[in-house]
Design a protein around this ligand. Structure first.
Ligand SMILES: [Zn+2]
Length: 181
């Protein structure tokens, strides 16, 4: 569960069936996280934060909460944009090139632009909304081509190339962007 705090930004609440009390710590990305008993609701989690606000402020090295909050806000906007755009763009290319996929998932992983599962679910990173359209389209075409080739074989690349003749250039340019928000 993730709750949003005005001061600390997004707080990850991990429910632990073994824990009897609440414990605060810092995640690897510098966010506040909370380990709490299984029954903890969002309402309770917020109350735990409220009760411990002073202590958290003093004891825990939260990485610049204000930039954390700015990032959360940006992520929200990107997610909204992505929801309005990526499903339609994917459908457009799928129809145009004759692919059928099962469903689309929007992700915000830090490391990959997209993926295609063996169950034909295509994941697209909301960070794609921040890259130029030809590069975004290349990622969509790349993942669609994985529906026919679950590898990066030469057959895969020639299929990508048949839909996006400039894919090499797009692939290279994409490397100067990062999928993380
Ligand atoms: Zn791939």
């Amino acid at each position: 569960m993730i709750i949003s705090d005005d001061e600390f930004g997004e707080v990850v609440v991990r429910k632990n069936p073994l824990s009897t009390g609440v414990k605060f710590s810092i995640s690897t990305s510098g966010r506040l996280q909370m380990s709490a008993p299984k029954f903890t609701t969002a309402f309770l989690a917020k109350r735990f934060i409220k009760q411990n606000r002073e202590l958290i402020r003093e004891k825990l090295p939260i990485k610049d909460p204000s930039s954390q909050r700015a990032r959360d806000a940006k992520k929200k906007i990107l997610m909204k944009k992505a929801k309005e755009y990526l499903p339609y763009r994917l459908e457009y290319y799928a129809k145009r090139f004759g692919y059928t996929y099962e469903k689309i998932r929007l992700s915000h992983a830090n490391t990959r632009w997209g993926s295609c599962s063996s169950t034909r679910t295509i994941s697209l990173n909301i960070g794609l909304m921040q890259v130029p359209e030809p590069l975004r389209d290349y990622v969509i075409i790349h993942e669609l081509a994985h529906l026919n080739h679950m590898d990066h074989s030469s057959a895969f690349w020639s299929e990508v190339g048949s839909h996006d003749p400039k894919f090499k250039e797009h692939r290279r340019k994409l490397k100067s962007y990062s999928p993380g928000v």
